[in-house]
Design a protein around this ligand. Structure first.
Ligand code: PNS
Length: 170
C-alpha cells in the first residue's frame, strides 16, 4: 500500500488544506493527516479539537486517516510504513521554509520523499493564522473553513476575549 503522511499544525484546518488532501488521495492509496506540535507556534485549538475538525471535514474520504504524533516526522512516517510526506506549496514565500524542511527530512531519512502539491490558486492567500485573525476581529470566515470550525472559532475566540477582559478588569 502506497501511504503518504500529510503533517501540519492544522490550527485550524482550512479549505486550502482540504484541497491538498483531495489531490493527495488521487495519487496515494492512503493519506494520513497527522497533527503535531510546531514548536514555533502557540496553538489556539487543542489536539483533540483539531482531530475532531479534521475527521469531520474528511469523513467522506475513504482513503484518509487522521492521527496525531510527537517526535520527529520522519520517524513517524517510518512507523506508519509511509514513503512520502505531503506538503502544500502556495507561493514562493512558502518555498524557503519548505525547502529547508524537505532537505533536512531527507538528510534524516533518505528513504522518505517529500511531495509538494499546489492547492487551487484561489487558496494562495489562505493560511490558518490569517483565518484566526479574521475570526478574532469579527470577520466572516465561512469561505475558508467548515461551518464546524467557523462556529468553534467564534466560541473559542469569544471565550478568550471574555477572559482577557476579566483579567484587565481584575
Ligand atoms: O503546519 P505547519 O506548522 O507548517 O507544519 C510544520 C510541521 C508540523 C510539519 C513541522 O514543524 C514538523 O515536521 N514537526 C515535527 C517535528 C520534526 O520532525 N521537526 C523537524 C522538521 S525538519
Amino acid at each position: 500500500m502506497n501511504t503518504a503522511i500529510y503533517p501540519g499544525s492544522f490550527d485550524p484546518i482550512t479549505y486550502g488544506h482540504l484541497d491538498v488532501i483531495d489531490r493527495a488521495t488521487t495519487i496515494f492509496d492512503k493519506v494520513i493527516v497527522a497533527i503535531t506540535q510546531n514548536i514555533t507556534k502557540n496553538p489556539l485549538f487543542t489536539v483533540e479539537e483539531r482531530l475532531h475538525h479534521i475527521k469531520e471535514m474528511t469523513k467522506d474520504y475513504d482513503k484518509v486517516e487522521v492521527d496525531e504524533f510527537s517526535g520527529l516526522l520522519v520517524d513517524y512516517a517510518i512507523r506508519k510504513n509511509a514513503r512520502a510526506i505531503i506538503r502544500g506549496l502556495r507561493a514562493v514565500s512558502d518555498f524557503e521554509y519548505e525547502f529547508q524542511m524537505a532537505l533536512m527530512n531527507r538528510r534524516l531519512r533518505e528513504e522518505i520523499v517529500t511531495v509538494f502539491l499546489m492547492p487551487n490558486e484561489k487558496y494562495t492567500y489562505l493560511n490558518s493564522s490569517i483565518v484566526q485573525e479574521i475570526a478574532q476581529l469579527g470577520g466572516d470566515v465561512s469561505n475558508f473553513v467548515s461551518p464546524l470550525v467557523a462556529e468553534q472559532l467564534r466560541l473559542k475566540l469569544g471565550k478568550l476575549t471574555a477572559e482577557t477582559q476579566k483579567k484587565n478588569n481584575a
